[in-house]
Write a protein that binds this ligand. Structure first.
Ligand code: FES
Length: 64
């Protein structure tokens, strides 16, 4: 599904670029683009949060 219409970026591409990303700008940079209208920025931020939560769930527990 397209998330960023201005740059024709789909959710899967944005999720792949979100691994260990700190900011929305990091994700756009990794996709070789930059935000234009800005309407997708909240959705991209949510994708970063979702990917971060998924990666945190996959970390082994230090106490184990
Ligand atoms: S929809 Fe992403 S910058 Fe416009």
């Amino acid at each position: 599904m397209y998330i960023c219409i201005c740059n024709a970026l789909k959710d899967k591409e944005l999720a792949a670029a979100s691994s260990n990303a700190r900011t929305v700008a990091d994700v756009f940079r990794r996709c070789g683009s930059r935000p234009q209208c800005g309407k997708c920025l909240p959705d991209v931020a949510q994708i970063i949060e979702d990917v971060r939560a998924m990666e945190d769930d996959q970390l082994p527990l230090a106490a184990e």
